[in-house]
Write a protein that binds this ligand. Structure first.
Ligand code: AMP
Length: 197
């Protein structure tokens, strides 16, 4: 099962991806998580990505295409994976298509969580206060200013992916404003329709 979760920051992609990991035993490949790990570990990629990420802008396509390609080759991706936060631009989607074809793989589905943008800032603020209340530390880019930039980046660069995947016939859209369990059930419905026969 290979799928992409699409949707603006704060749409609930991470939560849904976690549920899919538990249910289907396939890994969540979050380029945001991978990049944050690279920053924390002080790798070359992390050093190049840090300032761009903190400002809420997008890291270069070359960097993310490469980390995803390497990650997909790892053994735990043999039964599939969930891409969360990648692709983020049409050129990344094209690179992903070529990358998968080169590995003899295809996507089962691209699932878009559609949400009302005004609700997203409230969701972000809640995520920060929940994290802090649980003794954790909020992400450096979870503040209103960076969040708005991330939303703008989404609108400009990522939203066109809906069009792109509608064109390939792979796009499935879900109401991301529904409660989490309803969203999960809808995703499962799509997956049962698009599973490899
Ligand atoms: P996320 O956790 O998906 O919200 O990603 C956090 C940040 O990591 C983004 O604001 C970008 O700076 C960077 N990032 C994550 N995924 C990508 C991607 N596919 N392309 C470019 N930058 C990315």
């Amino acid at each position: 099962m290979r799928l992409i979760l699409l949707g603006p920051p704060g749409a609930g992609k991470g939560t849904q991806a976690q549920r899919l990991v538990e249910r289907h035993g396939i890994p969540q490949l979050s380029t945001g998580d991978m990049l944050r790990a690279a920053v924390a570990n002080g790798t070359e990629v992390g050093r190049r990505a840090k300032a761009v990420m903190d400002a809420g802008q997008l890291v270069s396509d070359d960097i993310v295409n490469q980390i995803v390609s390497e990650r997909i080759d790892q053994q735990d991706c043999g039964r599939g994976f969930i891409l969360d936060g990648y692709p983020r631009t049409v050129p990344q989607a094209e690179a992903l298509g070529a990358m998968l074809a080169g590995k003899g793989l295809r996507l089962n589905a691209v699932i878009e969580l559609k949400v009302d943008e005004s609700a997203l800032v409230r969701r972000m603020e809640k995520r920060v206060s929940d994290t802090v209340a649980a003794g954790g530390q909020a992400r450096a880019d979870d503040n209103p200013e960076s969040f708005k930039k991330r939303l703008n980046e989404y609108r400009e660069k990522t939203a066109p992916l809906s069009q792109y995947y509608a064109g390939t016939g792979e796009l499935k859209t879900i109401d991301g404003m529904a409660d989490m369990d309803t969203v999960t059930a809808k995703i499962e419905e799509i997956l049962s329709e698009t599973a490899d026969k």
